[in-house]
Design a protein around this ligand. Structure first.
Ligand SMILES: [Zn+2]
Length: 355
């Protein structure tokens, strides 16, 4: 079968022919589509130091996928023809991994498909333990490849709901209509976060240091999400109508963190998701602000099986309303491996179609 592979430790990506052995008690899944994200391109450019093969010297790339069951196993809840999304992270042996919360792994001894120690899904078929498959409704087939990135957002919402219990957060009509969410970063993850916070009823603003292509601006506009250019727009003017009560960073620069601490309202919640951290954080006055404003700051990584299910339910409910199919800006063939090296200018989410 065709598979897109990398050699961990080396720059480059290739398409090659690999045969997988049938594995007992595992379900055969035929790949329908795989999504491409920043992590895949970082792996291709050898920018991540934790990338590991499953065996040999190559790794099949790809952790965002949708597949169809080709051969099930006895007594399985899955039958041939069912649509499934495979989970990325697989548990190690710690206490939290053992209860399915490998997203909160205590010791880092988990593996991740297409990233560390396990082949991914950019291939024509794969064998999978049914425990790590999430059943998908056929009505969302067109964009179900977004379930994987969206499950990270569902975990962010879980973190948000936990932190806002510190103090009464509701507006005087019991909703969040007077509260504002600011999302930093306009990649697919940032856009998905802004859609979900908009659906929770918050005034939602998304931020980048650069102007956005028209297709992204139009998408945000029809969804009632405000765009703020942090290099050229006026902060204080914008904050009057678009309050910052929760700030979610999907970009990861320390410059952004400094801006958030400066502008967020009292009792604000900051959730950090982006990891491209560089630069340093100003101390002193900065710490005083965190204390004086009663800020809650949390990191959030990955998500559990429950979050995959919530992501799938979200797409069933909101994809038609929020035109989520328009997030897929390019559909490519497995042979188009250049797409793993170059990001098209108007890209939100590029996908590879396998069958
Ligand atoms: Zn663990």
């Amino acid at each position: 079968m065709k598979a897109i592979t990398v050699k961990p430790g080396k720059v480059g990506v290739e398409i090659k022919d690999i045969e997988l052995k049938q594995i007992k008690n595992k379900i055969k899944v035929r790949t329908i589509s795989t999504g491409i994200c920043g992590t895949d391109r970082e792996i291709v450019y050898n920018e991540l130091n934790f990338v590991k093969p499953e065996e040999g010297d190559y790794l099949i790339l790809g952790h965002e996928a949708l597949g169809i069951i080709e051969e099930s196993i006895e007594n399985s809840i899955f039958k041939e023809g069912d649509l499934v999304v495979p989970m990325v992270r697989r548990p190690g042996n710690c206490k939290l991994c053992k209860i399915g919360r490998q997203d909160y792994c205590l010791d880092g001894n988990f593996i991740e498909a297409g990233i560390r120690g396990k082949n991914g899904f950019m291939c024509e078929y794969f064998y999978e333990d049914e425990k790590y498959l999430v059943k998908i409704n056929k009505s969302i087939q067109e964009y179900a490849v977004l379930v994987e990135p969206l499950k990270n957002v569902m975990k962010i919402v879980e973190v948000f709901n936990f932190l806002k219990n510190r103090v009464s957060w509701e507006c005087d009509d019991s909703t969040y209509s007077c509260k504002g969410a600011w999302i930093f970063g306009t990649g697919p993850e940032g856009i998905l976060i802004s859609l979900v916070f908009k659906s929770l009823g918050l005034i939602t603003t998304i931020v980048n240091r650069h102007p956005l292509p028209t297709n992204i601006l139009d998408f945000l506009d029809i969804n009632g999400i405000e765009f703020f250019n942090s290099s050229s727009d006026d902060w204080s003017k914008k904050l009057k109508d678009y309050p910052m009560d929760v700030a979610i960073d999907a970009a990861g620069t320390t410059e952004i963190f400094n801006q958030i601490i400066e502008h967020i309202n009292n009792n604000g919640i900051i959730i950090l998701f982006g990891t491209k951290g560089s630069g340093s954080i100003e101390k002193g006055e900065f710490i005083t602000k965190i204390v004086d404003k009663n800020l809650s700051i949390a990191g959030s990584e990955d998500g559990s099986k429950l979050h995959y299910i919530q992501a799938s339910n979200y797409l069933e409910n909101y994809a038609p309303k929020q035109n989520i199919k328009n997030l897929i800006t390019g559909i490519y063939k497995p042979e188009d491996i250049w797409i793993l090296k170059e990001k098209p200018k108007d890209e939100i989410k590029s996908i590879i179609k396998w069958s």
